[in-house]
Each structure stands twice: as C-alpha cells, then as structure tokens.
Ligand binder design. Structure first.
Ligand code: AGP
Length: 623
C-alpha cells in the first residue's frame, strides 16, 4: 500500500516540478508512510532522491541535494517527475528499498504500487543478462525489464513489460531518452489521471493532484496510460487507444482522502479484495503449495516439528486466531489452543520448548498481546508474530514474522486487517500441512486454488452487499439488542459481526456457539430480537438450521447468511444474505463482509462516528 504521483508538463509559470511532486506526496501521507522518494528529469539528467522516514526527511535530503551537487534535483527547471511514498510490505524500510527504482544504466525510473508476483523469475533472468539489482523489492524488476525491452519507444517497452508482469500493481515509468513522457500501467491497483493545460498529472489517488486540477480520467484495470504535456492517451494492453470521458471531481480534501467514500471504514471495507490479494498473491504463486520463506520468516523446521500451537490475541485479532485454529487443526493436524492475551499473561500457562505461540496483532503494539508473547518466549516457546506493521514491537519480540499486508487501516474498527489476518492464517495452515504431509497433494493444490479465488469472491460480495444489507439495516437499526450465532468457522464470524456492531453502533450484542443457545441465551429472545445466523454451506449446516428453527419458534427474527443456491435457508429466515460458494473453511472471509456492512449501515442510521467510536483507540498500548 503505497502512493504514486507523476507530473509531465511545460506550462508557462510552473515553478518547480519537485514541489508539485512533494505536495502530491504530502496529500497521500495521511495513509502513513515510512519512506519516500522522487525522480525528475532536468537538463538532460535524470536523478532520484530517496529517504527513510516521512516527507520532511525527503525534503531535508533534497535541500542537501540542491546545495550538495546533485544536478537534476537542484534548482533547475525539471519538466517530468515521479514520486512515491512507501508503506513497506515487501522488504524492510530502507533507502535502497524506497522508490523510485531505476535500471542499471540509470535511464528508466519507476514508481510502483502493489506486488509483482513473478519478480523472482524475472530478476534471475535479468540478472543473467547483466542487470544489477540494488534493492530487495519486487518493484525494481520493472525498471530493469523496461530498460531491457527499450528500443527507442517507451510506450512499446512498457507494453511489452506489462505483458510479462504477473500480479496486481500499478506503476509509472519515465526514461531519460524521452524526457517529455510518462507511461503508466494498471493491473488492479488504482491509477488516475489529472488533466491540465500544457501539463498532466497521474496518481494512485485523487488527493495527490487535487490542488492542481479537478479534471480526472480513470485508468481501468488492464490499461496503459501515456502522458505528454499536451495530452493523455489511455490504451488497452494491446495498444488500442480507448476513449475515456473526463470527470470533474467536486470533493473537498477530506472526501478525496477517503477516496470518495464517506468514511475511512467504508473505504477500507471496499479495499478488502485488494488487500487480500496483496496478502496472498506471491505466496500462492506456485499453485501446488504456499511459500512463506520471506524476510523475517520463522524457521520452517519449527512449523514442521511443532508439538502444539497456542494463539494469543485480543479483540478482532482473537477472532482471526479462532478461524486459524480450525484451519491448522483440520489441515495440518496440530493441536491449537486459543487464549485471550490479557488472560494468558496471568494464568501461569504451561508452555515451553516444542510449543509455538502465534501472537496476532494488526498494530503490533497491543500491550497484552506483547506481554503474552514475551512470557511464552521466556519459557522457551518459539514465537511467531502475525502483524500488519513493519518495525512494530511485535516484530522485535518474536522469532519470526508473518506480515498481513493489509495496508494502513485508519478506521478504529478493524476490517481489512481482519480479512488479511484470516488469509494469512489459512496460508500458514496450508504451509504447515505441506511441510508435515498431512494433506494429499491434490487436495493441497485444490485448497490453494480456492484461496486464490478469494479476492475475486470478495469483489463479488462487495458488488452486491449494499443491495442485500441496506434493507436489513432499515428494518432493524432501532433494535436495542442483536444476537449472533454460528457453529464451527461460523462462530468466529458471529463473534466478529457482534463485535463490529457493538463497537460502532453501541448496540448490545451477544455472540454464541449456536449449540449453546438452549443453555442460556435463548431466554433473551422475544418476537422483536434480530438474530444473525451464520448458515453458510458446511458439514454442520443441518445443525445450524435446527438452531434457526429454535430461534423462529420463539418468534425472534432470523437474519441468515447463506451460500448462493441454498433455497432452504431463505425459506426459514426473515431476511437472507447470500454469498458466493467457496470451500467451507474459507467461507468466513466472505461471510464477515456483510456483517461489517450491517454494523456500518446501522451506525450511520444512528448518526454515529464510525471511524472514531467513543472510548476506543486504534492501538491499545496500555493494559
Ligand atoms: C477491532 O475492531 C478493534 N479495534 C479491537 O478489537 C482490536 O482488534 C484489538 O484491540 C486488537 O488490536 P491489535 O490487532 O492491534 O492487537
């Protein structure tokens, strides 16, 4: 999750391209970045300056460059430039890993968002042909590839490179050989053009150029874009020009930062397909298994030989752990215990060598989770951190790290970080199964291909979610209590749905294992109680259906989550939300999305601040 900005122009009175780029990057910095850089072409020179830290570090370095002899970035009138702010997902935070990246001959510079899945194979080939790589990133491969393919036409070189690049990404390239030209390409990750007179802008998000122009053109998935001072051409990957209407955005800066969504939470809900794609794509690229051997990873011998796993986490991360437990036990046949971190640290746990503790924490800074991880480590267990934040405390208090790659999450209520945690737990379970030989190879391949379908299925859920959920929110937003029930992996979905609703709407909720209903909670039901039943297809579906009947018999209202095509559920519910079919173990990643949206829609109907709910903090660094 990074930010891209690009400029090309020869407009009378335009003072400094560097300033345009820096101002653009500043507007993307709200997403939280750890390194930044710009490249410009000026006076027949091309030059990059990059710095670790926020933009002020880059500014300080640029000031040094202008007095310290760097040529292009000194106060000469550049015409073309690209800039990037990085929020590290692959490769640590360092100047070498910051963008722009450039080829060995220092003629082609690129800024990249997203992930190039086949970068290892490309890197090997390019290295054999003489390219010298200077970073640990997947992104650098694009600069070398374009340079290798360049034969006097940057557009053609980018087009040929694009055909060889797998993954989901967006990039913008420029070359010293064609100084008045930027070429961008989009595969999934966004790229937007800002139209000017005698100058053009391109960025990963509108805020980057909103101060300069409100005229935008959207580059669609699978397209290339060619920007010259006098105009812009959008084309297909085959090189055919595409007519694309211009829009005028009337957003204020705050709306623009939210990508046009009314809140960060809604934006983050809608980023979930991309975020999950980031989390899984290169790790599942081989198809017949999972690759988790990356920087900072845990020694795989531990995963192979582990005797027992204990998962410690809080809140939403705990729910992700619960789903992970089902997957690890089912596929890798390792016993898994779950513990709420704040309880674990005070119960004199029996833990030691041979055990593996997973600390799941999106922020990597939750005090209770960190304390539980430290305690386990002191007693001889190995500790694996599952976190979203590079450099966080959890990464330092562990023997290995698995990053969830969700990008920065601003809304206090966790949404996309949860989906990425769950995705990563599936990958871990599959890798362990592979190492331990607990799944037949054909089944492993089948499950990997199901995991690879997840981003597409998430998109499908998001496309129809408003239509399915809004009427339910309209009907029940004034209720003062909701019960959520589920079984097996449906139970963590129920728990997470209930947590989302109470967090942002302040409605009392309870979530229960459906089979436990008759042991107490059923007493709560009357004819006005909405009961959310996770009734997606699974080996325990018939049991869930019996529990739904118990609910209906008390006159309560059933809101069911069902797999598309299962008419039986719709007949027994007051409202039904249907979800695409996928392997039942993976279903939680789809089922939780309508529950996030239900919580969101109810909170909005109650006029509440969903991004900053009362009494809650995004990172809980105190006990
Ligand atoms: C989730 O919506 C909450 N914000 C909260 O439960 C959160 O998951 C919990 O505080 C744990 O945070 P962590 O993942 O950063 O450790």
């Amino acid at each position: 999750m990074c930010g891209i900005v690009g400029y090309v122009g020869r407009r009378e009175g335009r003072s400094s391209v560097q300033e345009v780029l820096l101002a653009g990057l500043a507007k993307l910095e709200y997403r939280g970045y750890d390194s930044a850089g710009i490249s410009v072409i000026a006076d027949e020179r091309i030059e990059a300056v990059r710095a670790v830290g926020n933009l002020s570090a880059l500014r300080a370095k640029l000031d040094g460059a202008s007095t310290g002899g760097a040529v292009a970035l000194a106060e000469r009138p550049a015409t073309t430039g690209i800039g990037h702010t990085r929020w590290a997902t692959h490769g640590r935070v360092s100047e070498e890993n910051a963008h722009p990246h450039y080829d060995t001959g220092n003629r082609v510079h690129v800024v990249v968002n997203g992930i190039v899945e086949n970068y290892m194979a490309l890197k090997d080939r390019l290295t054999a042909h003489g390219s010298v790589f200077t970073s640990e990133t997947d992104a650098e491969v694009i600069a070398h590839l374009i340079a290798e393919l360049y034969a006097g036409d940057l557009v053609e070189a980018v087009r040929s490179a694009y055909a060889q690049l797998e993954g989901h990404y967006a990039f913008v390239a420029m070359s010293l050989d064609e100084p008045d030209l930027l070429v961008g390409a989009r595969k999934e990750c966004p790229l937007i053009v800002g139209r000017g007179e005698g100058e053009q802008f391109v960025a990963s998000a509108v805020p980057a150029f909103l101060a300069e122009t409100r005229r935008v053109q959207y580059v669609e998935n699978g397209e290339l874009v060619v920007l010259r001072p006098e105009g812009v051409t959008i084309m297909t990957a085959a090189g055919e020009a595409v007519e694309r209407p211009e829009h005028t955005v009337d957003w204020d800066q705050e709306t623009a930062e939210k990508g046009g969504y009314e809140t960060f939470m809604l934006k983050e809900i809608h980023e979930q397909a991309d975020a999950v794609a980031d989390a899984i794509s290169d790790r599942t690229a081989r198809g017949d298994g999972v690759n988790l051997a990356e920087e900072g990873a845990l020694d795989e011998a531990v995963l192979k030989d582990v005797r027992r796993i204990v998962i410690v986490a809080c809140g939403t991360s705990y729910h992700a752990g619960l789903i992970g437990r089902y997957a690890i036990e089912e596929w890798a046949r390792v016993p898994v215990e779950m513990d709420i971190a704040s309880e674990y640290r005070y119960r004199n746990a029996v833990i030691g060598p041979g055990d593996l503790v997973l600390g799941i924490t999106q922020s990597g800074e939750t005090a209770d989770t960190l304390a539980a991880m430290r305690l386990a480590r002191e007693r001889g267990a190995r500790v694996l951190a599952v976190t979203n934040v590079m450099g966080s405390q959890a990464t330092r208090d562990s023997d290995g790290v698995l990053f969830t790659r969700a990008g920065l999450e601003i809304g206090v209520a966790a949404t996309k970080t949860f989906l990425c945690q769950v995705a990563v737990m599936y990958l871990l379970a599959l890798r362990m199964a592979e190492l331990r030989g607990t799944l037949p190879p054909a089944r492993l391949t089948e499950l990997v291909s199901e995991v690879k379908r997840l981003p597409h299925c998430i998109d499908e859920v998001l496309a129809g979610v408003d239509e399915q959920v809004k009427p339910i929110a309209d009907a029940y937003w004034q209720s003062d209590f909701f019960l959520y029930i589920g079984r097996h992996v449906g139970l963590p979905v129920a728990l997470e749905g209930a947590l989302k609703l109470k967090e942002i709407s302040y409605i009392a909720t309870d979530a229960y294992a459906a089979g436990e209903m008759k042991h107490g909670p059923i007493a709560l039901l009357d004819d006005s109680t909405p009961v959310v039943c996770v009734a997606t297809d699974s080996p325990v579906l018939e049991k869930v259906v019996s529990n739904m009947q118990e609910v209906r018999a008390r006159g309560a209202r059933v809101i069911a989550l069902a797999t598309a095509g299962n008419e039986q559920i719709a007949r027994q519910a007051d409202a039904v939300i249907t979800l695409p079919a996928i392997d039942w173990m993976l279903q939680p990643m789809l089922a939780v999305i309508p529950l996030q949206v239900l919580a969101y829609e109810i909170a909005r109907r109650r006029s509440l601040n969903v991004d900053q709910p009362r009494n809650l903090a995004k990172t809980v660094t105190v006990e």
